[in-house]
Design a protein around this ligand. Structure first.
Ligand code: AMP
Ligand code: MG
Length: 278
């Protein structure tokens, strides 16, 4: 999935168990692997998929509906255009964006649970699970770890974390990165048996023609999100929700984003805006 994974535990088997499950899910879900089910689906437009792939796509579609389209895995053609802009250091032509936008919309992503089949209705449509798969993989690892009786462990997949139990007597202490000062912590969160994720405009960004471009795309405009949000941290009972919601809140901005978060039980978010850093 193009990120690092870190496992912290006093149990010597924890890392092996977590990595095995994350590797298994990576092989299904990663766009970077041409053999993955996601890559196959993108090439063929329709595919009978395994239970995990079906489940994560189904959850992604639910977040699409809940977020009113702000979270949308069919944003892939736009993600590719903006990646190319970074590689060539040239802003894309507007016609290209307009054409790609035609392909975006999870309403055209059909899930048939009876046959475990996913179908992309428009030719050229593609999905990108970059905004949800890391969280899903962390949840998968947590299930395996709990099933083997591991009582204390922290997993971190590129900023998507789950804390099993406590660290000794105390909850796990998670530092939130300062969005503008690398290596500096802006605050701490304390979690146990909970997930946490941060989406920041500093994690991955690109400068083209002196413009700072976020890696999160607003599906409505076709352009990288350009609002006053610099980081979104979400705490919830599972890592999939944290991953998808942190991305969605980023797109929606603070006010609408926090309204979305309210729909989810036992879920809270901290949104930092540019003005908060002054
Ligand atoms: P995250 O780092 O979890 O915030 O997710 C960002 C990644 O999700 C990007 O690198 C894209 O692969 C993908 N993505 C970008 N914009 C969106 C969006 N609006 N909805 C869903 N996924 C997105
Ligand atoms: Mg995310």
């Amino acid at each position: 999935m193009g990120t690092y994974v870190e496992v912290t535990s006093d149990n010597k088997d924890a890392a092996k168990i977590a990595f095995a499950e994350i590797r298994r899910l990576d092989q299904l879900l990663s766009k970077f692997n041409p053999q993955s089910e996601v890559s196959k689906l993108n090439r063929e437009g329709q595919l009978r998929v395994s239970p995990d792939t079906l489940k994560v796509i189904k959850e992604a579609k639910e977040f699409y509906e809940q977020s009113n389209g702000a979270f949308d895995i069919t944003v892939a053609p736009l993600v590719d255009i903006w990646k190319q802009a970074i590689n060539t250091q040239k802003l894309p032509r507007e016609e290209k964006i307009i054409l790609a936008k035609e392909l975006v919309g999870s309403n055209n992503l059909i899930i048939d649970e009876k046959t475990s089949t996913v179908k992309l209705l428009k030719k050229g449509m593609q999905i990108d699970l970059g905004g949800i798969a890391k969280g899903y993989a962390v949840d998968g690892a947590v299930k395996k770890l709990k099933a083997t009786g591991i009582k204390s462990c922290l997993i971190n997949a590129g900023g998507n974390m789950f804390a099993i139990g406590k660290k000794g007597q105390a909850p796990w202490k998670i530092g939130i990165q300062h969005p503008r000062k690398p290596g500096k912590i802006i605050g701490f969160m304390f979690i146990h048996d909970q997930a946490i994720a941060t989406s920041g405009d500093y994690e991955q960004f690109f400068i083209v023609n002196n413009r700072r471009l976020s890696h999160i795309i607003d599906p409505k405009t076709g352009y990288p999100v350009n609002n006053d949000v610099v980081s979104v941290t979400v705490v919830s009972s599972d890592a999939t929700t944290c991953d998808a919601l942190s991305t969605a809140v980023f797109v929606l901005g603070k006010e609408k984003g926090l309204q979305l978060v309210k729909k989810f039980p036992a879920t809270t978010a901290v949104v930092l805006k540019k003005e908060d850093l002054r």
